[in-house]
Ligand binder design. Structure first.
Ligand code: KIV
Ligand code: ZN
Length: 523
């Protein structure tokens, strides 16, 4: 197996992320985000663009002064005043990084910078050494690199490396690149500049066409050692490559990428929520990894899979990213199993026939409400439980007297216990021991029952085989039910089968909301 490559993550939530429309973080807010990023073990935090405003200068200074465990970067254009301002803001940092950029695409150079390619190259040749004289760690970015001439890019990056930049950042500023294309660009630049232990190639991708993550991963394939990201993919227009997506792509598909970050992924959801709360940018529920629905399942088929084994429909364990474990959202697509499981969690262990009832009531409720809360389910379950069968019998004791010397024929004495704690007994004479027991039980139960079916078989061929009895009884109301009993005592098997048929009859009646009464012995 190939060796795992360590990818550094450069988080620019506080700089590029903050450039998103309507986002404005003050120093205290930036500090909160920076602390989260530090705890998550990010490699570099880009805290701001000090020359852009006094406020941003103060923010960079605050983060640089507070964050001790990771590098803190500040952005500067390839101009002396910007670079000095950034270096000043970084003064308190333990590990400062000065990030210098200039545009390299024809359209940016001509229309935005109004500079010739030679002037851009000259700006790099003067600004990078200046930055390097003020800061031990310098990063250079060619803005709009993906729309730049690759040979020109190689020239620019070579100049930056020669001037002392240790990180060379290749950008897809407008989210225009395709993964294959971006990978080729990386390979070309790396080959042209020359890879060495002192140079790290970095990717900075925007998400205008939804390819920021794919392009960043393509860059890793081509040799990038650093990826620039933001929490929740925050950033200008379609945003930047999302930190959580890069981290989990590398972790879940380590087999393919043979690369990983040092990020503590269990902090991803908390960091995402903090960023969302402070910036006011709501995270879409279907956002990969951190969205509210990332571990929710509503379709019945999916829920059944998740209940059996979460890996049927989840490739990430919720707890690995700090999310709450799989949420089974009960709604109209949910199945009977999911309902049964939730009721069990709510403390209702219902027999199958009651779950059937609950499921029917639940589906009815789903037509009235989009999402069913635990409170709704409790109300529903309580109603079903309160409509429990009127009676359930268990066998207390029995005595059979039979043989060719018993006067009057076989007799049976049977004692049954009821669900309300009573024990009732009776005795009868019959045509055989089973007939006598059935007559005695019929007297106790006191319902108008007909024996519709009766069969008894041995479970093996030996004389000590258990007997298996099958019984079906029909009530005068038309409801019928079956029961089964097994015992090495054949008469006992028949008694149990009869009792089980009677109990099932009561349950079937309750399910149909038909009262058949409690028999001769009232509660
Ligand atoms: O998108 C971009 O090109 C940038 C650079 C300043 C790195 O944000
Ligand atoms: Zn950017």
């Amino acid at each position: 197996m190939s060796e795992m490559k360590r990818i550094a993550l450069f988080d620019t939530t506080l700089r590029d992320g903050e450039q998103a429309a309507h986002v404005n973080l003050n120093a205290a807010e930036k500090l909160q985000v920076a602390r989260q990023l530090e705890a998550m073990r990010i490699d570099v935090i880009e805290a701001g663009f000090p020359a852009s405003s006094p406020g941003d200068f103060a923010c960079v200074r605050a983060v640089a002064g507070e964050v001790r465990g990771v590098a803190v970067a500040a952005l500067a254009r390839a101009r002396e005043d910007d670079i000095r301002r950034a270096a000043e803001a970084l003064e308190g940092a333990v590990r400062p990084r000065l990030h210098v950029f200039i545009a390299s695409s024809p359209i940016h150079m001509r229309l935005k910078l109004r500079m010739t390619p030679a002037e851009v190259l000259a700006a790099i040749r003067t600004s990078i050494p200046l930055a390097r004289s003020l800061c031990p760690d310098v990063q250079f970015s060619a803005e709009d690199a993906s729309r730049s001439d690759p040979d020109f890019l190689v020239e620019l990056y070579r100049a930056a490396a020669a001037g002392g930049a240790a990180t060379l950042n290749i950008t897809d500023t407008v989210g225009y690149a395709r993964p294959g294309e971006f990978e080729s660009l990386f390979r070309r630049v790396i080959a042209g500049v020359g890879a060495g232990p002192d140079i790290v190639f970095s990717a900075h991708c925007h998400n205008d066409l939804g390819l920021a993550t794919a392009n960043s991963l393509a860059a890793i394939r081509a040799g990038a050692g650093q990826i620039e990201v933001t929490l929740n993919g925050l950033g200008e227009r379609g945003g930047n490559a999302a930190l959580e997506e890069i981290v989990m792509n590398l972790r879940v598909r380590r087999d393919f990428h043979a690369a990983d970050t040092r990020i503590d992924a269990s902090r991803l959801v908390a960091a995402s929520r903090l960023a969302s709360r402070l910036t006011g940018v709501v995270v879409s529920p279907n956002k990969p990894v951190v969205g509210a629905n990332a571990f929710s399942h509503e379709s019945g088929i999916h829920q059944q899979g998740i209940i059996a084994d979460r890996s049927t429909y989840e490739i990430i364990r919720a707890e690995d990213v700090g999310a709450e474990a799989a949420v089974i959202v009960l709604g109209k697509h949910s199945g009977r199993n999911a309902l049964g499981e939730r009721l069990e969690k709510l403390g209702y262990s219902l027999p199958p026939w009651q779950i059937d009832k609950a499921f029917a009531a639940f589906k009815k409720l789903c037509d009235e409400k989009r999402e069913i809360s635990d409170g709704d389910l409790e109300a529903l379950a309580a109603e079903i439980v309160s409509a429990a069968p009127e009676r359930v019998y268990t066998l207390g004791a029995y005595e059979i007297n039979c043989g060719n010397r018993v006067p009057g024929g076989p007799t049976a004495w049977v004692a049954l216990r009821t669900n309300d704690g009573k024990e009732i007994c009776d005795a009868a004479v019959g045509n055989g021991p089973v007939d006598a027991a059935y007559i005695a039980m019929q007297r106790i139960i006191g319902l108008n029952l007909t024996l519709e079916n009766f069969a008894i078989t041995a479970t093996s061929q030996s004389s000590d085989a258990a007997g298996e009895a099958q019984v079906t009884v029909r009530h005068a109301s038309g409801i019928s039910a079956s029961g089964r009993g097994i015992s090495t005592d054949t008469v006992k098997a028949c008694i149990i089968a009869y009792l089980s048929a009677v109990n099932n009859l009561y349950m079937a009646a309750a399910a149909k909301e038909i009262r058949i009464g409690t028999g001769r012995y009232k509660s």
